[in-house]
Design a protein around this ligand. Structure first.
Ligand code: FCB
Length: 460
């Protein structure tokens, strides 16, 4: 079989660049109420008729809670430096307050030790969306008390495994939680209220900053930061209306998070747009949010195109689309990284998720997912282009290790580099898994022997 040639890696990626692969708890773990796990807002949201495209849920998912050791073997055989996973808050603290669940903490303890035993560095995310449902009953992220509950939870997880993980991410994609979960209602908790959404966004940022301070106060050796979903935003046409809509969307998606994290407060244009829907901010909040981070992560899948007063039809752009209907535009990743580098004083920057869903077919034990290989190769190349233009990049992670529960899309959308048969739960590495493994081997030879060794390896 022939694979597209990996991007020339040797001169581009620093020796200490971290290559990884990512997952999240609700999407792979299953064990919905195993060993004392509490209910999460996603367990609950999945029961809302029509919320999930195929009517499915994460009760079993990839059954990773029982198959974790074999999954770690797959990660080790891939040859990555790092594995990014998330902790299910209701698994380790079923009520989101008070007692911690030893069985849940023990699971992540073994996972971390299992990674280290296999030579893979753990990158832990505290909140990849599965908030304990009982906290939602008390107002969820829109309630200020949840900020303090999160900080307690962060302290406990850090004191249990923080000595052995490389990086702790507070939140994954706070924009998604706030806007898709509380304003558009398409993700848990399924609310449709802009004022509530923006209060949730503020509390997510505040809890991030206070958690960073708490981890440092307990001398947690792990680095700490946040992961944002960032896309470059384009107007659909040259009209002034579309330009204004794109500027506002950039404010809500990018600057609303980046500006306060870097000490600039919330962007004035977005505050003006929000009016009465702007969040209540107490004195000291903005200082806490701007607590210096050890790293910043971004997840990148596509660009965003905005039309005033309506939706932009991606089919009109002529770009190739993934199975999610997202345009494949790797050059926009380079542009985004350059813009971040230009506009904010960044700490080490990671692409913490990048990947694509395609309609894969398992045939005779193989999945020939050339489209996914093209996607990954071109986006890794786009990161290399940004590095060559002066952006300091620290790492890149593929989303995702396994096909998994893709939120409101259910199981129909497959992002894995390993195929999962949802009847038998059998794992089958796809061609993209083998491609990434070979690419990483070439990287390692480059580290050891210089670019000549890589080029020879890639020709072989
Ligand atoms: C990101 C999420 C991740 C996954 C990918 C496709 O927004 O962080 O869990 O669903 O999208």
């Amino acid at each position: 079989m022939t694979f597209p040639r990996p991007p020339q890696p040797a001169p581009r990626f620093p020796d200490d660049f971290v290559w990884g692969v990512a997952t999240s708890s609700y999407q792979i773990e299953g064990g919905a109420d195993a060993d004392g796990k509490g209910e999460s807002i996603w367990d609950r949201f999945c029961r809302v008729p029509g919320a999930i495209a195929d009517g499915s849920d994460g009760r079993v998912a990839c059954d990773h809670v029982h198959r974790w050791a074999a999954d770690l073997d797959l990660i080790a055989a891939l040859g990555v430096d790092a594995y990014r996973f998330s902790v299910s808050w209701p698994r380790v603290q079923p009520d989101g307050r008070g007692a911690f669940n030893e069985a849940g903490l023990g699971f992540y303890d073994r996972l971390v030790d299992g990674l280290l035993a296999r030579g893979v560095r753990p990158y832990l995310t505290l909140n990849h969306w599965d908030l304990p449902a009982v906290l939602q009953d008390a107002g969820g992220w829109a309630a200020r008390d949840t900020v303090h509950r999160f900080v307690d939870y962060a302290r406990q997880v850090a004191s249990r495994v923080g000595d052995r993980v490389d990086a702790i991410t507070t939140h994954n994609e706070p924009w998604v939680i706030a806007v898709l979960g509380h304003e558009n209602g398409v993700f848990a908790p399924g609310l449709r209220d802009r004022r509530v959404a923006m209060q949730a966004a503020h509390h997510l940022l505040l809890s991030h900053g206070l958690a960073l301070q708490a981890l440092r106060a307990q001398a947690c050796p792990s680095r700490a930061g946040i992961v944002l979903n960032l896309s470059p935003v384009f107007p659909a046409s040259d009209s002034p209306e579309d330009a204004a809509a794109a500027r506002l969307e950039d404010g809500r998606l990018v600057r609303w998070f980046m500006d306060p994290l870097f000490g600039r407060g919330y962007p004035a244009d977005v505050l003006a747009f929000l009016g009465d829907d702007a969040p209540r901010v107490e004195s000291g909040d903005l200082e806490a949010i701007a607590t210096p981070m050890d790293f910043l992560g971004l997840n990148y899948y596509s660009r965003s195109v905005v039309r005033a007063g309506g939706w932009f039809d991606v089919h009109s752009s002529g770009k190739r689309l993934t199975d999610m209907g997202w345009e494949i535009v790797p050059e926009c990743l380079t542009a985004l990284l350059l813009r971040l580098h230009r506009d904010w004083p960044l700490p080490p920057l990671y692409v913490m998720e990048n990947g694509a869903a395609f309609q894969d077919r398992l045939q005779d034990g193989h999945v020939h997912d050339g489209d996914r290989i093209d996607y990954l190769a071109s986006h890794i190349g786009a990161v290399g282009d940004a590095i060559e233009q002066g952006v300091k990049m620290a790492g890149y992670m593929v989303w995702s290790l396994l096909d998994n529960f893709e939120w409101a899309s259910g199981y129909a959308k497959r992002f894995g580099i390993v195929h999962v048969d949802y009847d038998t739960l059998a794992r089958t590495p796809k061609d993209s898994y083998h491609w990434y493994r070979d690419f990483l081997q070439a990287q390692r030879r480059a580290r050891a022997g210089g670019s000549g060794a890589v080029r020879a390896a890639l020709r072989a």
